[in-house]
Each structure stands twice: as C-alpha cells, then as structure tokens.
Design a binder for this molecule. Structure first.
Ligand code: NI
Length: 346
C-alpha cells in the first residue's frame, strides 16, 4: 500500500507540474538550496529551506506530499488520492477517507471476515456471505438493542482524588465524554466537590467499597458495612447513592453478589495504569486492545492516567468509538444490568 501511495504520489506530482506549468516539464531538482512545498489545494511552491520550514510550521502546507493528500474510497470500492482541501467536495458525493464509512463487515461460511464495499454486498450474499452484525437485529427484536454505534466505557477506580480527578473531569467536559467512577467511601468527604461535579457532568457514580477491602474475605456483617458506609458517603456528597459497584481486585463470590444491591461491574480491558504509571504505555495498550463494547479500567488517582486519557479520547473518537457510561454501554449492547449480576463488557 505504501509503495502504491508513493508511486501514485510520483505520478500525481508529474501531472501537477504539467498542469501548473502549462505543459512545461519542471526539473525534478528545484534548484540549488530550494525545496518543494505542497499546499493542501494542490499548488506547489519552490522555497528556500528556511522559508519552507516557516511555511511547514505555520500552515498546513508540507514538504511531504503525503501529508497534504489522503486516500478516499466510494461505496463501489474506487480509490483515489486527493488533496485534503478537496475532501468536503468528495464527501458530498459519497466518498470517504474512512474505509469503515463505505464498507460493512461480512463473513463466509468458514467464519472468515472481510470489509466489503457497500455496493458489493449483494454480490457477496449470492456467494453465501452474511453480515457479521446479522445477530444484532434479533437483539433489536427484544426491544433492548437500540444502538449500533461502536461504544466503549471509560471507568476510573480508587478516587476521587481532587487534583487528578478534577483535571480529568475538565478533559471529559471539554471532550463531551461520559465516564464511570468507582469511588472509595473514605474519599467521598474530601472529594465531595469532585463527586458533585461528576454528577453535574452526567458521569455515572459507582462504589468501590469504603476502604478498598477484598470483600470475599469479609463476614456478612463487615461486608454489609463496607457497602452501606460507601453508599451513605456518596449519598452525602451527591444526594444520590451509587448505581453500580466494582469490588476491589474484581474479587466477588455469592455473598458479595447477594449483598451488592446494585449491578457488579468488572472490566474487559485493564490499562495497567497502576502498574506502568507511564502515560505512553497506557495509551499504547488501550489502543492495541480496544474493541466495540470494551469496559476499560483506569485509576483517576495518577497524573499519568489522566495524561493517557487526554491522548486516548481523540484517538478513540478517530477510530469511531463513542465513550459512554457503563449503563449506557449495557443498554446499547442489549444487556440488562440487574442487582448482583456481573457485567464486564458490552
Ligand atoms: Ni481499586
């Protein structure tokens, strides 16, 4: 693909030279000390290296042809390399720079999956291919499946910690993203303002026990105490009790399920932020493992986790994911959350 793009770039470059310079060929070497700068509308400038650098830094023009162009496809599967400034015109004609917008996932009887251009699905159906999402209409028939948007839930444990949690909330607010917080009861008083802010921003409030005790090691009374004290502490701060519970270490048994009183939420993707304490490692791990329905585990008590989230949100949006609360994720995936039931992915 890269080779093909390079080849296409070279051909386009020659064609452009012919257009721009009225059919006169231009020497491939623009001259002593000069470099070629590409504008995003297809114009070419010859500039001194210093001026070229200024232009590249201060505009979206570039010395790299590939930076001002992009690949686009239509639903018939045609592919073109165009200047980015032309993208809106092409989009109006049904082209897209995102393959997912013009294809659908299909599979054959061996279970092999393929992204098929939308105009070609009938052809594939005749050959026995079916839509990968074919199971979804059945779920829809039950009335619970209402949304096919790729969705994930960002979840944050062990807070609130005013400095890091507030930083995170500012990012979530700016990005208009909803998340779920599993909080410790013994941090609810000092973090009361954070909790009220979460509530005002439409975040989901969950319990993570009073003091991060492993619940499976507790007797009945101590178990009930952990749950009730946390509910009361969050209720005091927000005026509403947590609607979900995540047991520390993901550790639960029948007694925990019976005592929870709310759905139990685990996770399907551990960012390992508590272990790496490295924003880049967290970012890479999540992007490598994320999929539709992921419940992603972070801890809002580390600055590195907040840094990673700040980078992840636009990257996930780019990949087509919407970030929603756990309850909303479950609703979208047609799963019912009920007290004591365990949910770990959509
Ligand atoms: Ni925890």
């Amino acid at each position: 693909m890269k080779m093909l793009r390079k080849l296409l770039s070279a051909i386009l470059f020659v064609l452009l030279c012919i257009c721009v310079f009225g059919g006169f060929t231009v020497p491939a070497d623009p001259g002593e000390g000069l470099v070629v700068v590409y504008c995003n509308d297809g114009r070419i400038l010859y500039l001194s290296a210093d001026a070229a650098k200024d232009y590249s830094d201060s505009t979206d023009w570039s010395e790299d042809f590939l930076e001002v162009t992009c690949d686009i496809w239509n639903t018939a599967g045609d592919n073109r390399l165009i200047f980015k400034s032309k993208l809106p015109f092409y989009k109006a004609e049904g082209w897209s720079d995102d393959l997912r917008a013009v294809t659908v996932k299909m599979k054959n009887t061996d279970g092999k999956e393929k992204d098929v251009f939308k105009d070609k699905t009938e052809e594939y159906q005749q050959k026995g291919w079916t839509f990968v999402s074919a199971a979804k209409p059945a779920a829809k028939a039950t009335g619970s499946f209402t949304d096919t948007t790729p969705s994930v839930a960002l979840t944050f444990d062990d807070g609130p910690n005013p400095s890091t949690t507030n930083r995170l909330l500012t990012i979530l607010e700016r990005e208009n993203v909803k998340a779920t917080f599993f909080m410790l009861g013994n941090r609810a008083q000092s973090g009361a303002d954070c909790i009220r802010r979460m509530q005002a921003l439409g975040m989901e409030l969950g319990s993570h026990t009073y003091d991060h005790t492993q619940l499976t090691k507790l007797g009945e009374a101590a178990l009930a105490d952990q749950i009730e004290k946390t509910n009361a502490a969050i209720m005091n701060a927000a005026g509403e009790a947590p609607t979900l519970m995540r047991p520390p270490y993901g550790s639960y048994n029948a007694a925990v399920k019976a005592a929870a009183g709310v759905p139990i939420v685990l996770w399907s993707l551990d960012s390992l932020d508590w272990k790496s304490r490295n924003a880049d490692a967290v970012y890479q791990k999540v992007l490598a493992e994320v999929r539709d329905g992921s419940v992603i585990l972070f801890h809002d008590i580390y600055d590195t986790s907040v840094d990673a989230t700040e980078r992840l949100i636009p990257a996930l949006k780019d990949r087509g994911y919407e970030m929603v609360t756990v309850s909303e994720l479950a609703r979208r995936k047609g799963k019912t959350l009920s007290p004591g039931e365990v949910f770990s992915q959509g």
